[in-house]
Design a protein around this ligand. Sequence first.
Ligand code: ZN
Length: 333
Amino acid sequence: MIFIQLNRDIPAGLFSLRRLHRRLSVNHPQFTDINQDLYNSNAGHAGEAYIDSVLSTIHFPIPHILLPNIRIHEKDIPSTQIDILIFTTAYALIIEVKNWSGTISFQQVGQVLQTKDGIVRSMDCPTVQADYYVGNLLDWFAKHDTQLPVHRIVSFPFASTLLIGAENRGIHFAKELPIILRKLNKLPQQLTHYQFQTLSKKLQESNRPFEHATACQKYGIHPSELLKGIFCPKCESRLLKKSNRVYVCSSCLHTPDNPFYDTMIDWFTLVGNQITNRQLRLFAGVDKSYSVGYFMKKSNFPYSGQNKGTIYHVNAEEMHRFLSKKEKACFRE
Ligand SMILES: [Zn+2]
């Protein structure tokens, strides 16, 4: 039996949004919008993680792979970002996750109305996007000389959301997934193990998870608008200087080995992929260049140049190194 399940990381967009949020003053003109975006992204991630937990309890009698947050980038195929893709020897299933709260009313014209706290908001119907991704995925399979049924559902994680007009539209709560998958798993198998393995590999190779635009570029925020300082990698409170090489958290009393490592990651995700000693000093609000230089060297990020001209930088591989450590290193879920 072939069984592959990948762990879900915090999406890069949410990872940088959390860092942007803590470096913005509540008085910044975009704070309210970014605060809302962060709330939505956190809710989305929590919903997807819950559906992962439901899927992990389901028995699959056929070879399958679960791909969370997969972005399919391939020539001639429109960019496709799928919350959860289940790929098996019998079918592929796209799960579009919507962790929306309140009352969700599905209209006839590709629109939903969300009523929450007495406010009505209009949003695109998630079934339209999911149907579009079905077409893209069928094209992707055709490009790889494969015919495989592609199904889709829109899943709401929690039954506390009130759905109106959702019947017969492929919209389901997470608790319904075991029943849906039991039926799908009885479909006739279309692929040999070899074809399945080859296509699994190709799907993962076409997955390009990193966004190129930094959070500041995305929101049009100049780095000088960001709050300066060094934050605790455990609880996000501010670190206070105890001595040149020791910083302590004002809240949880954590003393990180390298207090500037996390500040460098802030810079790389928010501003750009290279940083000098001077830029880090200004960003961290520290005046001693030699202690900053000591910690930059200790970060083990690649660098070029010498002495005052030293520039530290990250490439995609380095980004992956700290992004894949983020659950433990940077945030508590
Ligand atoms: Zn702390």
